[in-house]
Design a protein around this ligand. Structure first.
Ligand code: PLP
Length: 429
């Protein structure tokens, strides 16, 4: 089982058997309020009828078409729709099947891009401590979670990491962007580029918000600083927007929210509202043109691809999901309700075991004081209590609770989510 303690799970399985809108139905017949949009991915709510219908129709029309030397129209329609929604200049799309493949694809494009323009000395990739970029070898190399790396050897040579910007001693209980810590972006220039020589660095990859390691929100101006340094030295900046894409911050992408435009965006999850696995890399047109202009005539410009790149069912689901986001104005809705969500989250501040609360858009992290000598157990116990006794689904990592509900959540459901969570925290303490 993925990222799950198998023996523990099998001793008392937590099973979800159906879902609709904001709720799961557990296998023992309870309605569970979804505080996590599945895994940060069901942004339009579960089993949206328009997406369900699109998948059903597509399954009966074209089950599969090869995308090596062949194509099918939906692939281009889905790509165009995604490009329309993306920040200006990011107009080219490469489809894959999930976030991990998206990250590896983006890193490969970065390395190949520099080679194709005659700058093969740029082989280094820079990630960040506590980053999660999926589980491919590229992703774990630039990722910063020790547990994901230590069993798998030296995945990639030539990788280094920025410090993460979480600083509870200065920024505890920040609402929105933390005040302190923008200077940590300067480490890219003052330490990493000084050490490695900028002419050896191909790309810097960051999650605009680090989700999986406990909702780490970038300090004010931090991302802009990274952008400026990358531009100064000809280094590509990649935003891994696997969780921040598709409305989580109240805009299509975090890039729009922060008004910082990277050279590539990796997305997945909400791209199809999670109904069919799909990932994508959205690429600056100049990068695409460089491949086209510098590759021998009629040669394959990028040696990369997956059997299921732009799978017809995924394309149908993506087109329908992107339509739903627009027609129902879900990003705007998320932006509007995020202030109510923020206020509800910060009411937990008075609880004695709560050490920090941080939030942006419809994401919030609640960091707990670990139990003496037993790190992670407090949050895990609360997670179990929430599922079995409080009928809410939350997510935990270490001693941090992360909430990221579907964008359709209403005020009553926000109240229920936080009051049930409050009870669980109090009862566990
Ligand atoms: N990148 C980020 C930022 C993620 O949060 C995740 C998954 O949560 C991934 C990559 C990996 O995506 P997947 O699990 O679809 O491979």
């Amino acid at each position: 089982m993925p990222f799950t303690a198998n023996r523990q799970f099998k001793s008392k399985p937590r099973l979800l058997s159906s879902a609709k809108g904001m709720y799961y139905q557990s296998a023992d017949g309870r309605e569970i309020l979804d505080g996590t949009a599945g895994l940060w991915c069901v942004n339009a709510g579960h089993n949206h009828p328009k997406i369900v219908e699109a998948i059903q129709q597509q399954a009966a029309t074209l089950d599969f078409a090869p995308t090596f030397q062949m194509a099918h129209p939906l692939a281009f329609q889905a790509a165009s729709k995604l490009a329309e929604m993306s920040p200006a200049g990011l107009d080219r799309v490469f489809f894959c099947n999930d976030g991990s493949e998206g990250v590896d694809t983006a890193l490969k494009i970065a390395l190949a891009y520099h080679r194709v323009r005659g700058d093969a000395g740029r082989f280094r990739l820079i990630g960040r401590e506590r980053a999660y970029h999926g589980v491919g070898f590229g992703g774990i190399a630039v990722g910063g979670i020790a547990g994901n790396r230590k069993q798998f050897g030296a995945a990639l040579a030539g990788v280094d990491h920025l410090p993460h910007p979480l600083n509870i001693s200065k920024n505890a209980f920040s609402k929105g962007l933390p005040e302190h810590g923008a200077e940590l972006a300067d480490v890219l220039e003052s330490r990493l580029l000084a050490l490695h020589d900028p002419s050896t660095v191909a790309a810097v990859i960051v999650e605009p918000i680090q989700g999986s390691t406990g909702v780490i929100i970038p300090p004010k101006s931090y991302l802009q600083k990274l952008r400026n340094i990358c531009t100064k030295y000809g280094i590509l900046l990649i935003f891994d927007e696997v969780i921040t894409g598709f409305g989580r911050l109240g805009s299509a992408f975090a890039a729009n929210y922060f008004d910082v435009i990277p050279d590539m965006i990796v997305c997945a999850k909400g791209l199809t509202n999670a109904a069919v696995p799909m990932g994508a890399v959205i690429i600056n047109t100049g990068i695409y043109d460089t491949f086209m202009e510098n590759s021998p005539k009629d040669a394959i410009e990028l040696f990369h691809g997956y059997t299921y790149s732009a799978h017809p069912l995924a394309c149908a689901a993506a087109i329908a999901a992107l339509d739903v986001y627009q027609e129902e104005q879900l990003f705007e809705r998320a932006a509007q309700i995020s202030t109510y969500f923020e206020a509800a989250a910060h009411q937990l501040r008075e609880l004695p075991t709560v050490k920090d609360i941080r939030n942006l858009g419809l994401v919030c992290g609640i960091e707990l004081t670990p139990q003496e000598g037993k790190s992670t157990t407090r949050a895990y116990d609360i997670f179990e209590k929430c599922f079995w006794e409080k009928n809410i689904l939350i997510r935990t990592t270490g001693d941090i609770i992360a909430l990221s509900p579907p964008l359709i959540i209403n005020k009553d459901q926000i109240d229920t989510l936080f009051s049930q969570l409050r009870d669980a925290i109090v009862e566990q303490a």
